[in-house]
Write a protein that binds this ligand. Structure first.
Ligand code: NAD
Length: 470
């Protein structure tokens, strides 16, 4: 059984207490994580304070070189890390390996752009903008994409010259531990990065209670995001909050249904639908509704569900018992309010936190699953008649993250892009997050940017220099 440790001031350390990491496929403990106490957090903070000026002064080129080496080390160790991710969080091996690859690309991308993004901007002879590191960052990552989300926070923060304390997800520690170990091996000076686990509210209250922490970056639920924003308000710490989503898909009658259904199933049921960008509400123009429904039922029914360790399994379990309970509650509520069940809808009769691909049709807007983020392998299908109606239905939730549109009409594409709320609109494509583009949410999906140049700039303070004469 793996025994993870804290990484404090350049060394791996035990804490006084530990908690178990439970395999969602077997419900058995497969590892332990340390539970950091106040003394551990103070050590991480003291080291970050001690090192922040030196790291900020290190050249962007040197910092980039360390990130490049980190990517190489992570790549070398990725098959071992992927196996641990499969065991701890119930991802399939190909999902875990694909995610680790994207994490490495994220380190590489930030290494490539570090020098350019740390250079001053000369506006004219008398005015210059300097980009300084934002200071000490408290980073909080969730369990669903523990490799790529750790990379999307650590790589730009470190490249920009910030020191970072990472509180990674206790449910899925392997990827964060592997990333911090790779950074250490790649030559990050002691104290520049700390890694802690434990009691999340205690850790965030402790770290955000320190005026030395100047910024937080969090990916997780809207509820926790709001709590952290409230804590950060006391010391005016800058926030980047990547929160929940409830992605609509608008399928217009001129769309190519067969490839669309395949792409939706592939994207939706990746990691059992536990992705903030996963489609969850599908609105189909009435003339194609029956056809779409039938094809979706056939393709989704082919997905083999079971322990992620089994090679022929396409979809593993959900992270914990709350997942299947939430799916059951949302399904029962939708049925009680008039929806019909097309597929799934019952937990698997076996050990583990499994819920099968579930499709509900004719789901009324009053059903809880149309407003509450399902974050699981469940889809609501609803017919629409006009573009106006589709947009109105799509914009009904309090979230604004991702949305998808399937149509060949350029006019419809333009209208929809203009009128759909949220941070991303994807047209005729379902795509994972890339390192070179900024992601952001609106409303309950959060604020600030992650990824791309905007995501890098989030870790910088701008200083305007006005000068007359030499
Ligand atoms: P959660 O917010 O409860 O937990 C997410 C992470 O935050 C976990 O690692 C948890 O330990 C930590 N956390 C919980 N309480 C905390 C606190 N008080 N202080 C600091 N950290 C705390 O959410 P969850 O249900 O475990 O994860 C799924 C949610 O995350 C969904 O709502 C999903 O949409 C969201 N999410 C969003 C994105 C995005 O990019 N927008 C990506 C992945 C997940």
């Amino acid at each position: 059984m793996e025994k993870y440790r804290l990484f404090l001031d350049g060394t791996w350390q035990d804490a006084l207490r530990t908690r178990d990491v439970i395999s969602p496929s077997t419900e058995e403990a497969v590892a332990t994580v340390p539970v950091a106490g106040s003394i551990d957090l103070d050590r991480a903070l003291a080291a970050a304070v001690r090192e922040r000026n030196q790291w900020a002064k290190t050249s962007a080129l040197q910092r980039a070189e360390i990130l490049r080496r980190t990517a190489e080390i992570l790549t070398r160790k990725s098959s071992q890390t992927a196996q641990q991710m499969v065991r701890e969080q119930g991802k399939t091996l190909s999902e875990a390996s694909g995610e680790l690859e994207r994490a490495c690309e994220t380190f590489q991308w930030n290494a490539r752009h570090a020098e350019e993004l740390c250079k001053p901007d000369y506006i004219d002879d008398s005015r210059t903008v300097l980009y300084h590191p934002a200071g000490i960052v408290a980073a909080f990552t969730p369990w669903n994409y523990p490799a790529v989300l750790t990379a999307r926070k650590l790589a730009p923060a470190l490249a920009a010259g910030c020191t970072v304390i990472l509180k990674a997800a206790e449910e899925a520690p392997a990827a964060a531990v592997a990333t911090v170990a790779a950074l250490h091996e790649a030559g990050v000076p002691r104290g520049v990065i700390g890694l802690v686990f434990g009691d999340p509210p205690m850790i965030s209250a402790h770290l955000l209670g320190s005026t030395d922490v100047r910024m937080i970056t969090f990916t997780g639920s809207t509820r926790v995001g709001k709590e952290l924003a409230a804590l950060a308000a006391r010391n005016l710490q800058r926030c980047v909050l990547e929160l929940g989503g409830h992605a609509p898909v608008l399928v217009f009658e001129d769309a190519d249904i067969a490839p669309a259904v395949r792409a939706i199933c592939e994207y939706k049921f990746e990691y059992a639908g536990q992705s903030c960008n996963a489609p969850s509400r599908i609105f189909v123009q009435r003339s194609r509704y029956q056809d779409f429904m039938q094809q979706l039922a056939e393709v989704a029914a082919e997905i083999r569900v079971g322990p992620a360790e089994d090679a022929d399994v396409r979809m593993g379990p959900m992270i914990g018992p709350q997942g299947p309970s939430r799916m059951q509650r949302l399904t029962e509520d939708a049925l009680a309010k008039g929806a019909s069940l097309l597929l799934g809808g019952r937990p698997l009769d076996r050990k583990g936190y499994f819920w099968p691909p579930t499709v509900l049709t004719n789901v009324p807007s009053s059903a809880t699953m149309m407003s509450e983020e399902p974050f699981g392998p469940i889809l609501a299908l609803v017919p629409f008649d006009t573009l106006d109606e589709a947009i109105e239905l799509a914009n009904l939730t309090s979230y604004g993250l991702a949305s998808y549109v399937l149509t060949r009409s350029e006019k419809t594409q333009r209208d929809v892009v203009e009128r759909l709320s949220g941070g991303t609109v994807s047209i005729n494509v379902f795509k994972g997050v890339a390192p070179d583009v900024p992601l952001t949410g609106t409303d309950d999906s959060g604020y600030g940017h992650e990824g791309g140049k905007e995501g890098f700039r989030a870790f910088q303070n701008l200083k305007l220099i006005n000068r007359i004469g030499k």
